[in-house]
Design a protein around this ligand. Structure first.
Ligand code: IDP
Ligand code: MG
Length: 140
């Protein structure tokens, strides 16, 4: 089974769509291995998005990700990475397919409601930043 990390970003928490997103996660047959509501520190956000540290939007991205609490969710599914990326839609909500989470609840390319890991390797790495192995509880 594959794993991926979902983050409900600060705008999603502010706009009260945690329930809608979790409901969608269940409808899409993911297993929730772990879930917590936390607030990222500046250092955590910088580390999480370190791949984008040279991009012009990096400062804005860190400010956004630390602007309020987030919900981190470790997901499991046969094809967790690709399936979650399909369900959330393109980075820019304007380009995202109808019915995707970013299309439904996202504002723009920066405030796009949710995160999804981009590879199996990054999924494991990102989950390990927020959860210990014993916090990840399989279905059976
Ligand atoms: P992804 O979240 O779809 O994987 P990435 O390119 O990895 O997209 O970018 C990470 C996050 O950085 C995006 O989800 C978005 O919040 C933010 N971001 C990406 N591109 C831009 C931009 O051009 N301006 C502002 N924020 C951006
Ligand atoms: Mg990415």
């Amino acid at each position: 089974m594959e794993r991926t990390l979902c983050i409900i970003k600060p705008d999603g928490v502010r706009n009260k769509v945690i329930g809608k997103i979790v409901s969608r996660i269940e409808d899409e047959q993911f297993t929730i291995l772990g879930m917590k509501r936390i607030r990222l520190t500046e250092a955590m956000a910088q580390d999480f998005y370190s791949i984008h540290s040279e991009r012009p939007f990096f400062g804005e991205l860190v400010d956004y990700m630390t602007s309020g609490p987030v919900v981190v969710i470790a997901l499991e599914h046969e094809s967790a990475v690709n399936h979650w990326r399909t369900v959330i839609g393109a980075t820019n909500p304007q380009d995202a397919d109808e019915g995707t989470i970013r299309k439904l609840y996202g504002k723009d390319i920066s405030e796009n409601v949710v995160h999804g890991s981009d590879s199996v390797e990054n999924g494991r790495l990102e989950i390990s930043k927020f959860f210990t192995e014993t916090e990840l509880i399989a279905q059976r």
